[in-house]
Design a protein. Sequence first.
Length: 364
Amino acid sequence: MTPDAAAPAGDGAPTQLQWLRRQLRELGARPAHEHRVLRLWSQALPQDSGRRRLEDFMPARLRSALPQITATLASLARLHSRHPSQDGGERLLLNLFDGQTVESVLLPRGGLCVSSQVGCAVGCGFCMTGQGGLLRQLGSAEIVAQVALARTLRPVHKVVFMGMGEPAHNLDNVFDAIELLGTAGNVGHKNLVFSTVGDRRAFERLAQGVVRPALALSLHSVSAERRAALLPRAPRIDPAELLELGEVYARATGYPVQVQWALLDGVNDGPDEIDGLVRLLRGKYAVLNLIPYNNVDGLPFRRPPAERSAQMARTLHQRGVLTKLRQSAAQDVEGGCGQLRARHAAGAPLYWAPRTQPVAGSAA
């Protein structure tokens, strides 16, 4: 088993995890063995963990292949550099087996933000990831590998699909990874958060899954015209319809839909947007997350003043919209989504602060 063999599958081909399960079965694994291998890997535990000796219950062929399997899985995502933040978060730049890089973010209080693509096709005007377009999909094992790697650094009990890429554009691999994380990976279903700009195919798949994650909608404007300008290649779904689709799923699962709103100074923080949010969200099974923008060099958008952001949150809450003012993790290490990868690709310093921790042997 080699890293190339575990490359992302094309349309109609098995996902990485499906391919891995098939390989395990060819080595003599029964369902209990297959589950054990995937459980220990996804939870960052050694394959010889537990009281029972491998010799007492695992087929000899599978047992002898475990070192190679472990090495292959470890090669799917390797740590290139770490960027700790004063808020307890930590941005990670990861090397994939083919030389591409993606970002993960360790969040305060046991969360992890993972990437689902190298690049992104949506092209959000305020996001560095979208500036270079989509390079390739991440395979389902590469997604789980981000969690396994992060768990070698600290405990992870919540995984949000809010990193590089649009999860709805990589449905087979994302839902394959979600199913493993919500079963063998020991992550509670409500602690798996599928984030999307909105895609009808995603809502169909969400309702069919064995594991049903919480849902986050990247809204950013209640004006269809303004939202189309900010998210130029997102599906053209009216914000009211998008929220209706999300609320139907949220009520079916018992987890309120999370409405994500990147606060952009002078763009979507005015009275018109506040009035629109009240019309759209008051009385709905939803929570609004206002996230002041993480400034990106070379892009025209800026974070609003702190007091204006706080006032917007207070106003919305007073008018009946459950609102939380969030902060993008690790803002002090200038690692907004896609920024670390962009600096690495350009050969620029990843970050100026001495708290950056390059991994031994890396080119950070």
